[in-house]
Design a protein around this ligand. Structure first.
Ligand code: UD1
Length: 365
């Protein structure tokens, strides 16, 4: 059996790495890795391949950045001949980025089976590009691998045949479990405790410059109480450069370049609080038992709110400030039990379950 994996953007890499590893002992499975090149900077891509010990991609489509339509179309045009040439039996796509939906759509037109890893997540917010990518990818995928039970419910609600749905758990947590012992050695030496770790890259936060400016001022206010460590995504860096006011640059925040996986994980583990708009970080902090404040009105990962340490603060800066205060005073929301038992199947073995399902299917069982 020939399995072709498609990755493109930073959050795909930690999800694909464990699946590649889990399939590799199976002698009857041949694997091909295609990188679309959606993310191409060394700090957004190469260093992740190295730290996650992923094989070099067999093919790099080098599509780079563009508008959504151009980027998605370029991925589709570039991947079609690769799929025709390599003739995989199954294509695995990951998460909710443009590379995910573009590859899935081309496969469905070519009659190639698609498996979606991290299926079924829904924020209910169709203004998010990722929500459209999730909805469409799930509709056209043959195998839907969900990270938690809410994913199954969402898919059933959308009329998806239950035989396509497999609740396997969270592959990103597989990577975290494997690399956490290594990550501890990567804690940057020059960080003063206590600190808040901040990441912001959603268009809804960073493309709205007046809002971004207010958010930065609130973070600057917090920096009298704790160090603010802010590794800056390239999209956010561009917006900071566009802010005409010099206040963003004369900031007390520690603005860093995007960090490698291990350094970032080490920081998450020791942070007093994480302030973010990322999806994956909501899950990682829940697993680690670290308080997380999500600067969004909604989340496609409700389990991190119901069982974990995550809290939505929306666009309410007073709520953000008071939540940080509460966390500093009381350590905040603890989560039920911030361990792998917190959510069923967030146990470091999700990719093995995916591999078993694929191998069983290829044997016609
Ligand atoms: C993409 C995903 C988002 C994910 C995020 C993680 C989609 C729709 N969005 O958003 O779900 O959370 O990745 O990072 O797929 N850039 C660089 N170097 C790079 C990559 C990007 O400089 O290696 C810059 C480019 O100027 C680009 C901008 O960042 O225009 C945004 O990149 P893009 O891939 O379009 O989307 P992200 O915001 O990264």
């Amino acid at each position: 059996m020939h399995v072709l994996h498609v990755v493109g953007a930073r959050p795909n890499f930690m999800k694909a790495a464990p699946v590649l590893r889990a399939l590799s002992p199976h002698a009857n499975v041949r694997q091909t890795l295609v990188h679309t090149g959606q993310h191409y900077d060394a700090a957004m891509s190469d260093v992740f391949f190295k730290q996650l010990e992923m094989p070099e991609p067999d093919v790099n489509l080098e599509v780079g950045s563009d508008t959504h339509a151009q980027q998605t179309a370029r991925i589709m045009m570039a991947i079609e001949p690769v799929l025709l040439d390599r003739k995989p039996d199954l294509v695995l796509v990951y998460g909710d980025v443009n590379s995910t939906v573009a590859a899935a759509l081309v496969c469905s037109k070519l009659g190639i089976k698609v498996g979606h890893v991290e299926a079924g997540l829904r924020s209910g917010d169709r203004t998010m590009p990722e929500e459209i990518n999730r909805l469409l990818t799930d509709q056209i995928s043959d195998l839907l691998f969900t990270p938690s039970a809410d994913g199954d419910e969402n898919l059933l609600h959308e009329g998806i045949d239950p035989s396509r749905i497999h609740c396997v758990g969270n592959v990103m947590i597989d990577t975290l479990v494997r690399l956490l012992p290594t990550a501890e050695k990567h804690f940057p030496a020059d960080i003063r405790l206590p600190f808040a770790l901040v990441t912001l890259h959603r268009p809804s936060n960073v493309d709205d410059l007046p809002w971004l400016q207010k958010l930065l001022s609130s973070l600057a206010d917090l920096s009298t109480q704790l160090t603010i460590i802010f590794p800056v995504h390239p999209r956010t860096r561009q917006r900071l450069n566009e802010l005409t006011s010099s206040s963003a640059m004369n900031t007390p925040l520690r603005l860093l370049d995007p960090l490698p996986y291990l350094e970032f994980l080490a920081l998450q583990q020791r942070a007093a609080v994480v302030i973010t708009d990322s999806g994956g970080i909501q899950e990682e902090t829940t697993f680690l038992g670290v308080p997380c404040l999500t600067v969004r009105e909604n989340t496609e990962r409700p389990v991190t709110i119901e069982k974990g340490t995550n809290r939505l603060v929306g666009r309410d800066l007073r709520q953000l400030r008071s939540a940080v205060q509460e966390i500093l005073e009381t350590r905040g929301k603890r989560g039920e039990s911030p361990t792998k038992s917190n959510v069923p199947f967030w146990d470091g073995h999700a990719a093995e379950r995916i591999a078993q399902i694929i191998v069983r299917r290829s044997a016609g069982k």
